[in-house]
Design a protein around this ligand. Structure first.
Ligand code: FCA
Length: 330
């Protein structure tokens, strides 16, 4: 029977050629893109800062581009290819653009991983070929809910008498899961379902949240005290600012966000406490530094990142901010 095994000499030659190719590739200067949907947001500024740290340590070039919409996202990917980048990390302006991202990366032979917002295909399913790092959305949402329950009880507020403003951005799965976690804890603690008021945001920025919350307050004047929660600090601060316009302040409104970036620290730095009671601090260091290191390793040693990495958070308030930030290595 014909020996179908490749002759040893041939296999050895192929191995040498491939290792040489790998070395040749790794000899190219490594360039990594970091594309984010809201470049002006302190959260993404923090991610970029930590990714820059990885670039300094490993000696690669980080190409930072804001991609507020699909058109700019596609142009940015083409731009990375033109600059001979080997890969990119992306938090897309719309996760439903996942298939377009996957196709563009393949067309340009770019490695791609997502961060924060997992990319999905046309059926809304995560794209299996794209490694992702995000937060444990539901669990972190539960931490928000528990923080609200604990503080409301400490103030002697009865959950049955409170309005619960859910700042909703349900078109983004991680946002939907975050508020679901918070709501499950609130309901389990005795918040009546009829007290929940959804405030759907058109966009995931503070202004959209402010507008959405104002509509909700106008429609639901029956509540004398409010809880507020949402996908992140921007969402919750929109609600807090809208509440202030209706006379709801620290003594009649209690809000907890997610992120814990400079936006939250600025609120804590105000002379008088506002309704923004706290936030679940998550790690821009893991999301920026670790993803950049992972991408660098993928390019330079062919070691692909884990398909899914979910990070955790800690409840941070005005009172414990220094201690919690230190515990999170920030
Ligand atoms: C999303 C939000 C950000 C941050 C990140 C982890 O992208 O928009 O504010 O919470 O997830």
């Amino acid at each position: 029977m014909k020996n179908t095994m490749m002759p040893r000499r041939g296999a050895l030659a192929l191995l040498i050629a491939l290792s040489g190719l790998a070395q040749a590739q790794s000899a190219e200067p490594v360039k990594i893109g970091f594309l984010v949907k809201q470049a002006e947001s302190p959260w993404f500024q923090d991610e970029w800062r930590h990714a820059e740290q990885a670039a300094k340590e490993k000696g690669f070039t980080l190409i930072k581009i804001g991609i507020p919409n699909g058109e700019k996202m596609m142009a940015a990917i083409d731009n990375l290819a033109a600059q001979k980048a080997q890969g990119f990390i992306i938090c897309a302006p719309d996760v439903k653009l996942g298939t377009a991202v996957e196709r563009a990366a393949r067309r340009h032979q770019l490695k791609v991983m997502s961060v924060d917002d997992q990319l999905v295909d046309g059926k809304g399913q995560p794209i299996a070929s794209i490694p992702h790092m995000g937060i444990s959305a539901y669990e972190i949402g539960k931490q928000v809910g528990q923080g609200l329950v604990d503080e409301a009880r400490a103030r002697g507020w009865k959950l049955t008498e409170l309005g619960a403003l859910r700042m909703a951005f349900d078109q983004l799965p991680t946002a939907r899961e975050r508020t679901r976690g918070a709501l499950d804890v609130l309901k389990a603690a005795g918040l009546p379902a009829v007290n929940v008021v959804d405030a759907p945001q058109a966009k995931s920025d503070t202004e959209s949240a402010f507008n959405a919350a104002n509509i909700a307050f106008t429609k639901h004047g029956q509540f004398k005290r409010w809880l507020a929660f949402g996908m992140n600090d921007d969402a919750v601060l929109g609600a807090v600012r809208a509440g202030e316009g209706r006379g709801f302040r620290q003594d009649t409104m209690l809000a907890i966000g997610i992120d814990g970036s400079q936006t939250a620290l600025n609120e804590f730095a105000k002379p008088a406490a506002t309704a923004f009671h706290g936030t679940v601090l998550i790690s821009p260091k893991r999301h920026g530094y670790e993803t950049a290191l992972n991408m660098h390793a993928w390019i330079s040693t062919a070691k692909a990142p884990a398909m899914v990495t979910l990070t955790s958070g800690m409840l941070m308030t005005r009172a414990n901010q220094a201690e919690v930030r230190a515990q999170m290595g920030l």
